[in-house]
Structures are given as C-alpha cells and as structure tokens.
Design a protein around this ligand. Structure first.
Ligand SMILES: Nc1nc2c(ncn2[C@@H]2O[C@H](COP(=O)(O)OP(=O)(O)O)[C@@H](O)[C@H]2O)c(=O)[nH]1
Ligand SMILES: [Mg+2]
Length: 435
C-alpha cells in the first residue's frame, strides 16, 4: 500500500512537472510569435523590447493591408471626387489648420477659419492714394526689409568677397530669385557708385534705380474694373483664385471697399461653397461696406451655380463690378481645373470675365510660388495680389513672381485691417524696402 501511495505521488509529480514545462514552453512560443495580441502587449509591457516588437512585427501585415487598400482606393478616389474631395481637400488646402501648416505659416492661416475677419471697420473706406503712404511705413517696419539690408552692406568701405556673398545671400533670402539676384550683383559690382564714388546717397540712388528696374516701372498694373469703360459695358468681373489661407476672401472684401471708395457699385459672389463659414466671412465684409453677397445656404453647393447667380444679380442690378471668391482646393490639378474652369464658363454665359487675380501669400516663399504656377496654368491669370507683405522679409517675391508668371503684381496686402490693401506702386514699394 505504501508503495502504491508512493507510485501515485510519483505519477502526480510527473504530471505536474510536465504541465509546468508545457505552460512554460507555450508562453515562450507566444512571446516570440509575430502577432502579439493586445493582452500580450499588456503583459509584456514591462519590457521595452517586448513593447517595441509587436508593432514592428505587425508592420508587414499592416503594410500589405494598406497596400491592398491603396490599390483598391485608386479607382474609388477619383470617382468620388465630388464628395470625398471635401474630406481630402482638407489635406492640401481648405479648412484645416494642419494643411495650412503645409502651405504656409500656420498661425496666420488657422486663425481666419475660426474667426471670420478683422474687427474694426471704418464706416468709410480709405481712398487708394493715402493707403500708399501707409504702405511705405509698413514695409519699412517689416522684418528687415532686404533693400535696407543691401544698403547696409554696400555702404561699407572696401567690399570683400564675403561682402558680395552677403549681398547675394540677402537677395536670395528675400526670394528675389537666382537669376535676378545674379544679374543685380553683377551690375552692382561694376558700378562706380559702389566702388570709386561711394557716398550713402549715391549707393541709395543706385539701389533704388536697380530695384525699380527689376520690379518693373512700366507695367500696366491697373485693374480692368478701374479703367474707363463704355457706358453699356456692364459689370466688370473679377475672379479671385489661390491656395487656402492666402487671403482670397479677405482681399475680396478689401477690394470691394476699394471700389466703394471709388463710388462703384459692387456685388460679390461666394463661390467658395466648401464650408458655410467662407460665405459667412464674405457676407460680413459685404455687410460692412454695403455690398450685396450672392451665396448658397447649402453647404457644399455647386460653386459654379453660385457664380452664375452672382453674375445674373450683378447684371440685373447694373453693378459696376462683380467679385467672385473661390475655394483654394489644390487636391489635384484636374479637379482644380474642372472647378475653376466651370466657374469661369458659367459666369461667361452672362458676363465676360476680364480679370482673374491670383492671391499669393508673401510669407510662403518658394512653396507658394510652386502652387501659384499651378493656378496660373489652370486658369489664365491677369494679375497678382501679394498679401501679408507687412510681416514678410521676402519682399523680393514681387520680382520673382512677375518673372515666373509673366503678369504684374497689381495689389498688395499690408495687414488684416479692412483698408490694408493698396494698389501696387513700384516706387512706393522700393522706397519702403529701402527703409
Ligand atoms: N498680416 C496680414 N494678414 C492677412 C493679409 N491678408 C489676409 N490676411 C489674413 O490671412 C488669413 C487668411 O485669409 P482668408 O481671406 O480667409 O484666406 P482665403 O482662405 O484665401 O480666403 C486671415 O487671417 C486674414 O486676416 C495681409 O495682407 N496681411
Ligand atoms: Mg476664403
């Protein structure tokens, strides 16, 4: 009996040991396995290595799954463009601050979405002429205007090679563009006023002259709507285009005020139907200056139908100017072309479009320029509005953008206030950046 008991105890002991070994082996296999479950991750969470491994092991599977989804997604995406565009549009341009960050300075761009626009609106718009005076001082006060920086280098005694490199760097940093910078440096190096006959006045005069040459003295920068028109010509149509956040809506509002200051009758069309806030923003501008705004109450309405209605209203009410605000969705070139092309065609059923203004944020530099080119290719542009020049050290973009796009800068934005938009004047601009 005793030996039986011992035998039973022995068997139980063997079974228990075997069970322990089995459990231990099972565990070690699981922790080595590729796809750890959440529980396992939790269990092994104490060890950093264990925490890191599961995601790494998951990657191939996830990648495959994503690859498959992406492959399938290829077709649905373009087809759905009508609706999903909105979700995706956010990526490149529309509403979200995250995207704005990709296109330009995030704080400036995200702010507008939340709060439609600047508060104090003088009852009477300021006339264009006195705006230019303010322009000069704002430019001179902006972050180190490059004209001033050039002047500081060129007035030094005995310019060294390093000084000339500084001259070129200053021009490049200001976004004057490589070609124009090189040309300017070459001309300056040869000039007696920098070399033999140097006085601050002579250097200043030389710089002023050279910069004016680059900016262009004799381009026609007038807006078609401000030129003399035959009595029966009907409203002059302006379409505002550009990437989200550059200042299209704000500029449309400011421009309406500029025309009102010229005693013109203005109508605006809110063809940025991507989100209701955009139409609200334009409407607020319109209310302040007594300009009617044609809009849709429906979110995501067809922008072209708003443009069509706006053109009819402008014609029926005998307006002098119609300003159409658009969305800046840059999700892809053909969608953009479809949308802007349609807005233009539909408007032209009622009125010829004689101005397309590309709004460009001066603080975005080369990135902004690349996007500007896409717009210029998609819809012919007749002029450029450079906004945010008040806070930019990149005033040289005036020179490079005209060169790249072949159209003049017609207006510049100098701040967020309702009258902070002025006709571009080369002399005022150059004097401003010379400080
Ligand atoms: N500092 C400054 N801010 C500007 C200027 N023009 C527009 N903004 C601001 O830029 C932001 C985006 O403007 P918005 O008109 O909504 O851009 P949109 O998306 O192109 O219509 C707003 O906060 C504007 O107040 C400007 O010339 N200077
Ligand atoms: Mg807008």
């Amino acid at each position: 009996m005793d030996s039986m008991t011992l035998l039973i105890i022995g068997i139980v002991a063997v079974v228990v040991i075997a069970a322990i070994i089995a459990v231990a082996v099972g565990k070690s296999r699981k922790s080595g396995a590729a796809d750890g479950t959440q529980r396992e991750a939790g269990v092994s969470g104490g060890s950093d290595a264990a925490v890191e491994e599961p995601p790494a092991a998951k990657t191939p599977e996830t990648a495959e799954a994503e690859g498959a989804a992406a492959a399938e997604g290829q077709e649905p995406e373009p087809k759905e463009s009508g609706e999903p565009v909105e979700a995706e549009a956010g990526d490149t341009s529309e509403t979200e601050p995250a995207e704005s960050a990709a296109t330009g300075p995030a704080p400036e761009e995200s702010a507008p979405v939340a709060e439609p626009e600047p508060e104090p609106a003088p009852a009477k718009p300021e006339p264009a002429a006195s705006r230019l005076t303010r322009l000069k001082s704002r430019l001179a006060n902006s972050a180190n205007p490059f004209g001033k920086a050039l002047f500081a280098i060129l007035t030094k005694d005995n310019l060294s090679e390093a000084d000339w490199e500084d001259v070129e760097d200053t021009l490049l940093l200001a976004d004057v563009g490589a070609e124009a910078s090189e040309q300017l440096v070459e001309e300056l190096r040869k000039d007696a006023r920098v070399n033999d006959e140097k006085t601050p006045e002579a250097v200043r005069g030389l710089l002023r002259e050279k910069l004016l040459d680059l900016v262009g003295r004799n381009m026609d920068r007038s807006l078609v709507a401000s030129r003399p028109r035959p009595e029966d010509a009907g409203p002059s149509v302006i379409i505002m285009v550009g990437v989200n956040g550059t200042g299209k809506t704000t500029t449309a509002g400011k421009l309406a005020r500029l025309f009102v200051a010229e005693d013109k009758k203005v109508v605006m069309g809110a063809a940025d139907t991507f989100r209701a806030a955009a139409a609200d923003q334009l409407e607020t501008w319109g209310n302040r200056v007594g300009v009617p705004v044609v809009r849709s109450d429906k979110d995501g309405a067809d922008p072209a139908s708003v443009a069509f209605e706006a053109a009819k209203t402008a014609k029926d009410t005998n307006a002098d100017v119609l300003i159409i605000d658009t969305a800046g969705r840059l999700q892809n070139k053909s969608n953009l072309m479809d949308e802007l092309g349609k807005i233009r065609r539909v408007t032209e059923k009622t009125l010829p479009v004689d101005e397309v203004l590309l709004v460009l944020d001066a603080t975005t530099g080369q990135n902004g320029m690349t996007q500007a080119k896409v717009f210029a290719e998609v819809i012919g542009i007749t002029g450029i509005v450079l906004t945010k020049l008040d806070g930019s050290a990149k005033g040289g973009i005036v020179i490079s953008v005209q060169k790249e796009l072949g159209v003049p800068v017609k207006l510049i934005g100098l701040g967020e206030g309702p009258d902070d938009l002025a006709p571009f004047d080369p002399e005022g601009f150059v004097d401003g950046i010379l400080g």
